[in-house]
Design a protein around this ligand. Structure first.
Ligand code: UGA
Length: 435
């Protein structure tokens, strides 16, 4: 099928490349000429395993094009809206102006056989509003939320664990469903569960899923606070409760908490939207989820200061990890960088290292010191903080690492190292939620 993808960020670039690899003819549109040039030459403007290969494959097949010229979408039957919905500055609400602008830019190119498919995460009610704007074109609208995780985006896009189609009643909904079934034929052949809902339910599925994930993480981090107060071990607690498959072990990793461009802003946007709908009490608990998450960052700084006899002044601190999670170069609301900055403001001499995210981190917080090489970053450190659990840091050898640093102090912000191994090599090992 002929497809357009409006917005070529983490979501859109992966979606465009993945759809081309399935045999569709895809044109990706973005306002950023540099991003378009990079994608055209097969270089993803961000780190995402497997994406480069898909981009190159799409170019070789001649089925993938990137452009800043929105009129190139004129031949497409299906138009995916994949632009961002960031948190509004100074507010909890999501900024949907990019979604509105994307739909406006499509309008002159739509016909009565076109289908516009929203994938962006939007406040409930957005699709209903946009459907009204599309009425004069005769095009059908669908909301098809995306559940991909950064770092696994290619796999999640090609083999999603479910498909949700939010559609209007009647013929428009049938037209949209038939169109998207054709696009996703290979996934449907793989028996991927597909649910057809109304617009509001589809929009809420996405927000509810991310809110649940955030709640699960903050729940275990609240237990970590209790473990710290009582001398218990949160990793054992998580293993033990996670065996119950009604609870499940996934997303029960206690530590520095969640960050990134999705979970934090989505729970806040949900609270704002619920307030507008007069249902604020229903999600008031998300405020506590947010607070628990933010407290972990402060607690991390407190533990680090404590291990350094109560002061960071003049101490050299090495922070392992800048990305909000491993296998990503995304530093949006990165817990690791938040901790690094807090320590720097308290007089610590902070060096940050990361396998992929240093350039993005340096653009966001130029005041910190960045070193790409892990050994160089560790040199002469008074304390080492593991804040993003890249495999490289999980694999660090306590004996070899000890020969690099000035002080054998390690604080494991992600609970991924084995305390006994580090302690027996002479390290002071501290972690969140563990004795
Ligand atoms: C999240 C959702 O997992 C995706 O399903 C969703 O599509 C996406 O948001 C989105 O809305 O676009 P993502 O932001 O890529 O995906 O990251 P996650 O893997 O969910 O991790 C979020 C944060 O939680 C990270 O900072 C991670 O370190 C933290 N986390 C995760 C924990 O602290 N503990 C855990 O047990 C799991």
């Amino acid at each position: 099928m002929k497809i357009s993808v409006i917005g070529c960020g983490y979501l859109g670039a992966v979606h465009a490349a993945a759809m081309a690899s399935l045999g569709h003819e895809v044109v990706g549109v973005d306002v950023d000429a540099d991003k378009v040039a990079a994608l055209t030459s097969g270089r993803p403007p961000f780190f995402e395993p497997g994406l480069s290969e898909l981009l190159v494959k799409g170019q070789e097949l001649g089925s993938l094009e990137f452009t800043t010229d929105v009129s190139r979408v004129a031949d497409s039957q299906i138009h995916f809206v994949c632009v961002g919905t960031p948190q509004k500055p100074g507010e909890f609400a999501a900024d949907v102006t990019y979604v509105d602008a994307a739909v406006d830019s499509l309008v002159p190119h739509l016909t009565s056989t076109s289908v516009v498919v929203g994938k962006s995460t939007v406040p409930v009610g957005t699709a209903e509003r946009l459907a009204v704007a599309l009425v004069p074109t005769g095009a059908a609208l669908m909301w098809n939320p995306e559940f991909l995780r950064e770092g696994h985006a290619v796999e999640d896009t090609l083999h999603p664990n479910r498909l949700v189609y939010g559609v209007a009643d009647g013929e428009a909904g049938e037209q949209a469903t038939a169109g998207l079934d054709e696009v996703y034929a290979t996934m449907l052949d793989e028996q991927t569960p597909r649910m057809v809902t109304d617009f509001a339910t589809a929009e809420l599925v996405k927000t509810a899923a991310n809110s649940f994930l955030a709640t699960k993480i903050s729940f275990i981090n609240a237990m970590a606070e209790l473990c710290e107060a009582s001398g218990a071990d949160v990793t054992q607690l998580a293993d033990a409760i996670g065996i119950d498959d009604r609870i499940g072990r996934k997303f029960l990793n206690a530590g520095l908490g969640f960050g990134g461009g999705c979970l934090p802003k989505d729970i806040r946007a949900f609270m704002a939207r619920a307030g507008e709908l007069g249902a604020d009490q229903a999600v008031a608990f998300l405020k506590e989820i947010d607070s628990i998450n933010m407290r972990r960052r402060v607690r991390m700084v407190d533990i680090a200061r404590d291990t350094l006899d109560g002061s960071f002044i003049g101490k050299k601190i090495t922070v392992l990890g800048a990305a909000f999670k491993p296998n990503s170069d995304d530093v949006r609301d990165s817990p690791a960088l938040a901790v690094a900055r807090l320590i720097a403001t308290q007089g610590g001499v902070v060096t940050v290292t990361d396998p992929q995210a240093i350039d993005n981190a340096a653009m966001t917080f130029p005041e910190l010191n960045y070193v790409a090489d892990t050994s160089q970053a560790l040199a002469d450190a008074d304390a080492v903080l593991l804040l993003t659990e890249w495999q490289e840091y999980r694999d660090l050898d306590p004996v070899a690492t000890a020969s690099l640093v000035a002080g054998k102090v390690l604080i494991d912000g992600r609970n991924v190292l084995t305390p006994e191994v580090w302690r027996s090599a002479g390290w002071t090992y501290r972690a969140l939620g563990r004795p």
